[in-house]
Design a protein around this ligand. Structure first.
Ligand code: SF4
Length: 189
């Protein structure tokens, strides 16, 4: 599930408009903390690869954040390998695919982790705050929370998509990269 190349100068705007909540959350934590644990790096890193961030830009993106926390030397020694690995340039040279919703929903994040699906893993209070920042409110917020209470996390995500894009998503959301592609189609037809 590939998209045309995206450049680093556009990435914040794309995150704000077209990333699903799971990826917005990881992206924002990375921007604020300049660090993500392994599970978060894998979930966001493979998603970014899928939306068209090439290896060179991916290394520049992760280095810019991590070097503020651990220094660029340590980034190059300890973390650059994983970025190249995700692009099939190290180890078994497998070209890893971005995670589906089903896979993300089924993980069990530990304290300090930011990966997973917010519809499943956030507290109600945190989820309401995050949805409100995305522009979900009123009746739509109640409908999304109702789906969450009934453990229909992908339906909750689909309703969020429909609310903020003011468009229907008949196929439903089943993959974060599908969310991104459908969003770009609506916003940049
Ligand atoms: Fe991400 Fe899928 Fe959860 Fe939506 S339903 S937040 S795309 S994992």
């Amino acid at each position: 599930m590939e998209f045309t190349d995206i450049s680093l100068k556009d990435i914040d705007q794309l995150a704000n408009t077209s990333f699903p909540l799971c990826m917005r959350h990881l992206f924002n934590r990375l921007r604020e903390d300049h660090h993500l644990k392994h599970g978060g790096r894998m979930q966001l890193g493979l998603f970014l690869k899928g939306v068209g961030l090439n290896l060179e830009n991916a290394l520049a993106f992760w280095r810019a954040e991590f070097s503020q926390k651990v220094g660029s030397e340590r980034f190059d020694k300890e973390y650059a390998y994983t970025v190249r690995h995700n692009y099939g340039k190290e180890g078994k040279r497998t070209d890893y695919t971005p995670y589906s919703c089903q896979k993300i929903i089924s993980v069990t994040p530990s304290v300090g982790d930011h990966h997973g699906c917010p519809y499943r893993h956030f507290s109600e209070e945190n989820l309401r705050a995050a949805l409100s920042k995305m522009g979900v409110g009123g009746r739509a917020m109640d409908d999304v929370m109702d789906k969450v209470r009934n453990r229909h996390y992908q339906l909750a995500c689909t309703m969020t998509f429909e609310t903020i894009h003011a468009a229907s998503c008949d196929s439903g959301i089943n993959h974060p990269n599908q969310y991104f592609i459908q969003s770009r189609k609506l916003l940049e037809p």
